[in-house]
Write a protein that binds this ligand. Structure first.
Ligand SMILES: C[S@@+](CC[C@H](N)C(=O)[O-])C[C@H]1O[C@@H](n2cnc3c(N)ncnc32)[C@H](O)[C@@H]1O
Length: 238
């Protein structure tokens, strides 16, 4: 298996069903964006009338089926806290805190995306434009057909309790969660089974690490509340 260590990030090229059991859990949080099972990557979106993809990624079957309930349970068990995008496609427990990303658009694509969390707080919303070529802060994209905005992933991380120091994303794609973790000074573990997305994640995370070294003052911009003490795979308490 290929493993890349880049700054505070460790990236595994492989299937998370095989990799997760070898890591032993104990992460501060799992923050992830699993397949929703709606065929977003298999060319379905290209047939939509009012939205144009910046790039054709080819027919890719990874989004044809949601992950199994068993794998979802393993994913959730990896971290004390969980933020799971596309949570509305899965049977997850009742929660007081869904994170709502309002894309400020309407049409064939969903107006909002929902992340299920087990955080003890109320529903939160971010308005962040993401519609084809129209994107908040002209954020670049193009590494993955369902790439998440960095601004949204930063915001999601900022809802984690303040004592979280490590995050795992078992469905890393092009590494947006990892880039946001580097910016927020959180140790990151990512798993992705498609080599082209894994390579994109390595590139993006390496660039984020370089940027963090050039500008060491960058980092947590939001005070996060404390949370429960728990064991860590990194050898200390989270
Ligand atoms: C929704 S995408 C994640 C996109 C990511 N948030 C980004 O910004 O680029 C889900 C990713 O999970 C990957 N994937 C699906 N099943 C997997 C598995 N069993 N193990 C590892 N990766 C998997 C797919 O290849 C896909 O890149």
């Amino acid at each position: 298996m290929r493993v890349e260590r880049i700054g505070d990030a460790t990236l595994y090229l492989g299937d998370c069903r095989a990799v997760l059991p070898t890591l032993g859990g104990g992460f501060g949080a799992v923050v992830t964006d699993p397949p929703y099972g709606i065929g977003e990557a298999a060319g379905k979106s290209r047939s939509r009338s009012n939205a144009v993809r910046a790039r054709d990624y080819g027919d890719d079957p990874w989004d044809d089926a949601p992950i199994s309930a068993e794998l979802m349970a393993t994913v959730r068990a990896a971290g004390r806290w969980a933020v799971i995008f596309g949570g509305n496609y899965y049977a997850l427990p009742a929660s007081s805190c869904w994170l709502v990303w309002d894309k400020m658009t309407t049409g064939d694509f969903a107006d909002c995306e929902l992340a299920w969390t087990n955080l003890p707080k109320a529903v939160r919303r971010i308005r962040y434009l993401w519609n084809g070529m129209a994107r908040a802060k002209r954020e670049p994209r193009g590494d993955h057909p369902t790439q998440k905005p960095l601004g949204v992933m930063r915001w999601a991380l900022d809802h984690l309790p303040g004592d979280v120091t490590s995050v795992i994303d078992p469905f890393m794609g092009s590494g947006t969660t990892g880039v946001a973790c580097i910016e927020r000074k959180l140790r990151f573990v990512g798993i992705e089974r498609e080599e082209r997305y894994f390579d994109a994640a390595c590139r993006r995370i390496a660039a984020a690490v370089e940027e963090a070294m050039r500008s060491p003052g960058l980092g947590l911009s939001v005070e996060r509340p404390p949370a429960a003490v728990q064991p860590s795979i990194f050898g200390g308490d989270e």
